[in-house]
Design a protein around this ligand. Structure first.
Ligand code: ZN
Length: 228
Protein backbone atom coordinates (compact mmCIF):
# COMPACT_ATOMS: atom_id res chain seq x y z
CA UNK A 1 0.00 0.00 0.00
CA UNK A 2 2.79 2.44 0.93
CA UNK A 3 6.38 2.68 -0.38
CA UNK A 4 9.30 2.32 2.11
CA UNK A 5 9.83 6.09 2.42
CA UNK A 6 6.15 6.70 3.16
CA UNK A 7 6.12 3.80 5.66
CA UNK A 8 9.09 5.25 7.55
CA UNK A 9 7.45 8.68 7.61
CA UNK A 10 4.18 7.25 8.91
CA UNK A 11 5.99 5.27 11.61
CA UNK A 12 7.61 8.44 12.86
CA UNK A 13 4.18 10.01 13.52
CA UNK A 14 2.70 9.56 17.01
CA UNK A 15 0.01 6.77 16.92
CA UNK A 16 -2.95 9.01 17.83
CA UNK A 17 -2.03 11.55 15.20
CA UNK A 18 -1.53 8.74 12.70
CA UNK A 19 -5.00 7.32 13.43
CA UNK A 20 -6.54 10.79 13.04
CA UNK A 21 -4.69 11.27 9.77
CA UNK A 22 -5.77 7.90 8.38
CA UNK A 23 -9.38 8.53 9.45
CA UNK A 24 -9.26 11.89 7.73
CA UNK A 25 -7.91 10.34 4.50
CA UNK A 26 -10.46 7.53 4.64
CA UNK A 27 -13.41 9.93 5.16
CA UNK A 28 -12.15 12.14 2.37
CA UNK A 29 -11.96 9.20 -0.04
CA UNK A 30 -15.37 7.97 1.04
CA UNK A 31 -16.93 11.42 0.53
CA UNK A 32 -15.33 11.70 -2.90
CA UNK A 33 -16.71 8.30 -3.92
CA UNK A 34 -20.14 9.20 -2.57
CA UNK A 35 -20.09 12.45 -4.53
CA UNK A 36 -19.21 10.48 -7.66
CA UNK A 37 -22.12 8.11 -7.05
CA UNK A 38 -24.51 10.96 -6.31
CA UNK A 39 -23.36 13.16 -9.15
CA UNK A 40 -26.32 14.31 -11.21
CA UNK A 41 -26.05 13.40 -14.84
CA UNK A 42 -27.95 15.01 -17.67
CA UNK A 43 -28.18 13.73 -21.21
CA UNK A 44 -29.99 16.01 -23.68
CA UNK A 45 -31.48 14.82 -26.94
CA UNK A 46 -32.80 17.31 -29.47
CA UNK A 47 -34.59 16.39 -32.68
CA UNK A 48 -34.33 19.01 -35.43
CA UNK A 49 -35.01 19.26 -39.17
CA UNK A 50 -31.64 17.56 -39.69
CA UNK A 51 -33.02 14.37 -38.21
CA UNK A 52 -35.10 13.82 -41.36
CA UNK A 53 -31.90 12.43 -42.85
CA UNK A 54 -31.95 9.80 -40.11
CA UNK A 55 -35.10 8.18 -41.43
CA UNK A 56 -33.19 5.24 -43.03
CA UNK A 57 -31.04 4.84 -39.91
CA UNK A 58 -34.02 3.58 -37.95
CA UNK A 59 -34.07 0.61 -40.34
CA UNK A 60 -30.37 0.16 -41.08
CA UNK A 61 -29.53 0.69 -37.39
CA UNK A 62 -26.50 2.73 -38.33
CA UNK A 63 -25.64 5.74 -36.18
CA UNK A 64 -24.64 8.80 -38.23
CA UNK A 65 -23.51 10.99 -35.32
CA UNK A 66 -24.18 12.17 -31.81
CA UNK A 67 -27.60 13.56 -32.80
CA UNK A 68 -28.75 10.55 -34.80
CA UNK A 69 -32.38 9.53 -34.37
CA UNK A 70 -31.37 5.91 -34.10
CA UNK A 71 -28.91 6.77 -31.31
CA UNK A 72 -31.76 8.50 -29.47
CA UNK A 73 -33.94 5.44 -29.91
CA UNK A 74 -31.11 3.22 -28.74
CA UNK A 75 -30.66 5.37 -25.63
CA UNK A 76 -34.34 4.89 -24.79
CA UNK A 77 -34.19 1.15 -25.47
CA UNK A 78 -31.04 0.74 -23.35
CA UNK A 79 -32.77 2.52 -20.53
CA UNK A 80 -35.71 0.11 -20.59
CA UNK A 81 -33.46 -2.92 -21.11
CA UNK A 82 -31.33 -1.99 -18.10
CA UNK A 83 -34.30 -1.57 -15.75
CA UNK A 84 -33.98 -3.91 -12.79
CA UNK A 85 -37.06 -3.14 -10.73
CA UNK A 86 -39.60 -0.88 -12.38
CA UNK A 87 -40.58 0.98 -15.51
CA UNK A 88 -43.30 3.65 -15.35
CA UNK A 89 -44.40 5.16 -18.64
CA UNK A 90 -46.78 8.11 -19.02
CA UNK A 91 -47.00 8.56 -22.78
CA UNK A 92 -49.47 10.40 -24.95
CA UNK A 93 -48.72 8.25 -27.98
CA UNK A 94 -46.67 5.06 -28.15
CA UNK A 95 -46.44 3.40 -31.54
CA UNK A 96 -42.75 2.52 -31.94
CA UNK A 97 -42.47 -1.24 -32.14
CA UNK A 98 -38.94 -1.30 -30.73
CA UNK A 99 -40.13 0.45 -27.58
CA UNK A 100 -43.24 -1.72 -27.40
CA UNK A 101 -41.02 -4.84 -27.47
CA UNK A 102 -38.56 -3.44 -24.91
CA UNK A 103 -41.41 -2.62 -22.50
CA UNK A 104 -42.97 -6.04 -23.01
CA UNK A 105 -39.61 -7.76 -22.50
CA UNK A 106 -39.09 -5.83 -19.27
CA UNK A 107 -42.51 -6.97 -18.07
CA UNK A 108 -41.76 -10.57 -19.07
CA UNK A 109 -38.48 -10.63 -17.16
CA UNK A 110 -40.21 -9.58 -13.96
CA UNK A 111 -39.73 -5.82 -13.96
CA UNK A 112 -42.76 -4.01 -12.52
CA UNK A 113 -44.06 -2.16 -15.56
CA UNK A 114 -46.96 0.31 -15.57
CA UNK A 115 -48.18 2.41 -18.47
CA UNK A 116 -50.45 5.46 -18.41
CA UNK A 117 -51.88 6.33 -21.81
CA UNK A 118 -54.12 8.94 -23.36
CA UNK A 119 -57.68 7.80 -23.84
CA UNK A 120 -58.13 8.98 -27.40
CA UNK A 121 -54.69 7.94 -28.59
CA UNK A 122 -55.49 4.36 -27.60
CA UNK A 123 -57.76 4.24 -30.62
CA UNK A 124 -55.20 5.78 -32.96
CA UNK A 125 -53.78 3.52 -35.64
CA UNK A 126 -50.49 2.02 -34.53
CA UNK A 127 -50.86 2.73 -30.81
CA UNK A 128 -49.31 -0.18 -28.92
CA UNK A 129 -50.67 0.36 -25.40
CA UNK A 130 -53.75 -1.81 -25.92
CA UNK A 131 -51.44 -4.52 -27.22
CA UNK A 132 -49.27 -4.22 -24.10
CA UNK A 133 -52.38 -4.43 -21.94
CA UNK A 134 -53.56 -7.53 -23.81
CA UNK A 135 -50.23 -9.12 -22.79
CA UNK A 136 -50.89 -8.38 -19.10
CA UNK A 137 -48.84 -5.19 -18.84
CA UNK A 138 -50.75 -3.00 -16.36
CA UNK A 139 -52.03 0.04 -18.24
CA UNK A 140 -54.41 2.83 -17.31
CA UNK A 141 -56.02 5.76 -19.09
CA UNK A 142 -58.37 8.56 -18.01
CA UNK A 143 -61.91 7.25 -17.57
CA UNK A 144 -63.44 10.23 -19.27
CA UNK A 145 -62.16 12.71 -21.77
CA UNK A 146 -61.72 16.05 -20.08
CA UNK A 147 -58.36 16.86 -21.61
CA UNK A 148 -55.41 15.08 -23.07
CA UNK A 149 -53.15 12.83 -21.03
CA UNK A 150 -50.36 14.70 -22.69
CA UNK A 151 -47.39 13.55 -20.59
CA UNK A 152 -44.25 12.13 -22.14
CA UNK A 153 -42.07 10.73 -19.43
CA UNK A 154 -40.65 7.44 -18.29
CA UNK A 155 -39.20 6.47 -14.92
CA UNK A 156 -36.70 3.66 -14.50
CA UNK A 157 -36.15 2.01 -11.12
CA UNK A 158 -37.72 4.98 -9.38
CA UNK A 159 -37.18 3.57 -5.86
CA UNK A 160 -33.57 2.48 -6.43
CA UNK A 161 -31.18 5.18 -5.20
CA UNK A 162 -28.34 4.17 -7.51
CA UNK A 163 -30.23 3.28 -10.69
CA UNK A 164 -33.23 5.66 -10.71
CA UNK A 165 -33.62 7.77 -13.83
CA UNK A 166 -36.25 9.80 -15.58
CA UNK A 167 -36.58 10.59 -19.26
CA UNK A 168 -38.86 13.50 -20.06
CA UNK A 169 -39.56 16.09 -22.70
CA UNK A 170 -41.79 16.59 -25.72
CA UNK A 171 -41.07 13.33 -27.52
CA UNK A 172 -43.81 10.78 -28.06
CA UNK A 173 -42.61 7.27 -28.74
CA UNK A 174 -43.34 7.50 -32.46
CA UNK A 175 -41.26 7.52 -35.63
CA UNK A 176 -42.47 11.04 -36.41
CA UNK A 177 -41.15 12.34 -33.13
CA UNK A 178 -37.70 10.91 -33.85
CA UNK A 179 -37.31 12.17 -37.39
CA UNK A 180 -39.97 14.69 -38.43
CA UNK A 181 -40.59 16.97 -35.48
CA UNK A 182 -38.63 19.43 -33.42
CA UNK A 183 -38.41 17.68 -30.08
CA UNK A 184 -36.49 17.62 -26.84
CA UNK A 185 -35.82 14.93 -24.27
CA UNK A 186 -33.74 14.98 -21.12
CA UNK A 187 -32.47 11.90 -19.35
CA UNK A 188 -31.31 12.41 -15.79
CA UNK A 189 -30.62 10.55 -12.56
CA UNK A 190 -31.08 13.74 -10.53
CA UNK A 191 -32.76 12.47 -7.37
CA UNK A 192 -35.09 15.39 -6.78
CA UNK A 193 -36.30 15.40 -10.39
CA UNK A 194 -36.83 11.63 -10.31
CA UNK A 195 -38.74 12.02 -7.03
CA UNK A 196 -41.04 14.71 -8.42
CA UNK A 197 -41.90 12.68 -11.52
CA UNK A 198 -42.31 9.57 -9.40
CA UNK A 199 -44.77 11.37 -7.11
CA UNK A 200 -46.70 12.59 -10.14
CA UNK A 201 -46.86 9.14 -11.69
CA UNK A 202 -48.17 7.63 -8.44
CA UNK A 203 -50.68 10.45 -8.15
CA UNK A 204 -52.01 9.68 -11.63
CA UNK A 205 -51.91 5.91 -11.17
CA UNK A 206 -54.00 6.08 -7.99
CA UNK A 207 -56.23 8.87 -9.18
CA UNK A 208 -59.95 8.12 -9.34
CA UNK A 209 -60.11 9.60 -12.83
CA UNK A 210 -57.87 6.84 -14.19
CA UNK A 211 -58.79 3.19 -14.72
CA UNK A 212 -57.31 0.02 -16.13
CA UNK A 213 -57.94 -0.15 -19.85
CA UNK A 214 -60.18 -3.19 -19.62
CA UNK A 215 -62.37 -1.63 -16.95
CA UNK A 216 -62.68 1.95 -18.10
CA UNK A 217 -66.12 2.87 -19.26
CA UNK A 218 -65.02 5.25 -21.86
CA UNK A 219 -66.91 7.55 -24.13
CA UNK A 220 -64.73 9.04 -26.80
CA UNK A 221 -66.58 12.08 -28.00
CA UNK A 222 -64.22 13.55 -30.51
CA UNK A 223 -61.13 11.83 -31.85
CA UNK A 224 -60.52 14.41 -34.56
CA UNK A 225 -58.44 16.81 -32.49
CA UNK A 226 -55.64 14.39 -31.78
CA UNK A 227 -52.03 15.26 -32.34
CA UNK A 228 -48.95 13.11 -32.70
ZN1 ZN B 1 -28.83 9.26 -38.16
Amino acid sequence: MFGPAVAVTLLSIPPLLLIKYLNYKSNKLSNTLQQEVNKDQFKYMFVTHKNRLCSPHLNTRLICGTNCSYLYLKNILNLINQAQESVCVAMYHLSLDDIYHAILNAHNRGVHVRVIADLVMLTTFGNRVNKLFSKDVPAKAPKIRFGLMHHKFMLIDQKNATNAKVLYGSLNYTVNALINNWEFVLLTNSAHIVKRFSDEFEFLWDNENFAYLGTSNVEIQDASSTEV
